[in-house]
Write a protein that binds this ligand. Structure first.
Ligand code: HXC
Ligand code: NAP
Length: 298
């Protein structure tokens, strides 16, 4: 489920060589794609999640590709001391950390009434609690050390629309969006920026196994919901993330950038269903409408 097109990096080589970046959930899927891009652009990257063996393999793979060291750190983001430990290890290995990417997530589809309160908790704890723990830990460190750090939060487009069948995730992503916008204002005075990316469908093993298991992947092929009629390429998201953590986006603060091929707007527009009307019917429809225009008022 990796990038198919051979897209190039948007930023020049070395654009992130002054950055020390922690990516939670950086050993798989979109986190790994971002970690690879950051490392490619010269950043010192830490990837942090629960499964240390998988992280070690991913770190070695990224390093072999980019020639830069990548540090794997075991970290459960639901545990504040793990987050403090990740920061400590990153600083010891690479020096001051200046970027934190909240990418770790948990999610699965289910009618909400089937969920136990623990099922709800497990998602909220990873996405929202893990996100604000990380942000709080990074913010305290940056303010104390006068570092103009940047947080990048990976949310989703249903952070503002909501979504049925993934309610704990929707609630958590909405919280992360509110956190992004709130702290962008509150911590602006310290030179700390917070932004978010809202991806549409980008196939990853982790997401597809839990959101479109079995036949659902064919039945509800996400590309049919997207005006551009395709899913996203990992490199497209990684390029956007690299820009948002770089100094080139130094005046972008509190923003959420949607990268979904127009998907959520297609779902939103009142008359977007009219794309199902075949071209040859439009003459007849126009005639009917014109006739109505000429009819007498009721
Ligand atoms: C109902 C479920 C369930 C399901 C688990 N539970 N799966 N309930 N339907 N399908 C319940 C369990 O019974 C339990 O409640 C509670 O949830 C916690 O379960 P655990 O055993 O602790 O966890 P486990 O089921 O092993 O794992 C859940 C998880 C796991 C931790 C969230 O899936 C995970 O590690 N996910 C990380 C990767 C991931 O989710 N990636 C997708 C991100 S995609 P009880 O009451 O029985 O104890 C994304 C956005 C995509 O975020 C948007 C796409 C467009
Ligand atoms: P993924 O590969 O399953 O990534 C989730 C990552 O989170 C894994 O690396 C996992 O690693 C880590 N993680 C889970 N629980 C954790 C915990 N308690 N502590 C630390 N790390 C934890 O899925 P993905 O598709 O790449 O998703 C990445 C991000 O993009 C998520 O925020 C997701 O919501 C967002 N997103 C994805 C899509 C999409 O289409 N793929 C769309 C919209 C938004 P471990 O198992 O090792 O802990």
């Amino acid at each position: 489920m990796e990038t198919k097109k051979n897209l190039k990096s948007m930023l020049r080589e070395g654009s992130l060589d002054k950055k020390v970046i922690i990516v939670t959930g950086g050993g798989t899927g979109l986190g790994k794609a971002m970690a690879t891009e950051f490392s490619e652009l010269g950043a010192k990257v830490v990837i942090a999640s629960r499964k240390f063996d998988a992280l070690k393999t991913a770190a070695a793979e990224i390093s072999a590709r980019t020639g830069n060291t990548v540090l794997p750190v075991q970290c459960d983001v639901t545990n504040y001391s793990d987050i403090e430990n990740t920061l400590k290890k990153a600083v010891a290995e690479f020096g001051p950390v200046n970027v934190w990417v909240n990418n770790a997530a948990g999610n699965f589809i289910s009618p909400t009434e089937r969920l136990s309160y623990r099922a709800f908790d497990v998602i909220v704890n990873i996405v929202l609690r893990g996100g604000y723990y990380s942000t709080l830990c990074a913010g305290k460190y940056w303010i104390e050390n006068k570092i103009k750090g940047t947080v990048l939060n990976i949310v989703t487009t249903y952070a503002w629309t909501g979504s049925a069948y993934v309610v704990p995730s929707a609630v958590s992503k909405a919280g992360m969006l509110a956190l992004t916008r709130s702290l962008a204002v509150e911590w602006g005075k310290y030179g700390i920026r917070l932004n978010a990316i809202a991806p549409g469908p980008f196939p990853t093993k982790g997401a597809w196994e839990r959101l479109l298991p079995g036949d659902l992947a064919k039945k509800f092929d996400f590309k049919n919901k997207v005006p551009l009629q395709r899913v996203g390429e990992h490199k497209e998201l990684a390029n956007l993330a690299a820009y948002l953590v770089s100094d080139y986006s130094g005046y972008v603060n509190g923003e959420v950038v949607t990268i979904d091929g127009g998907e959520w707007l297609k779902g939103a527009g009142q008359f977007n269903m009219l794309e199902l009307v075949p071209n040859e019917l439009w003459d007849e429809i126009e005639n009917m409408v014109r006739k109505a225009n000429k009819s007498k008022p009721l």
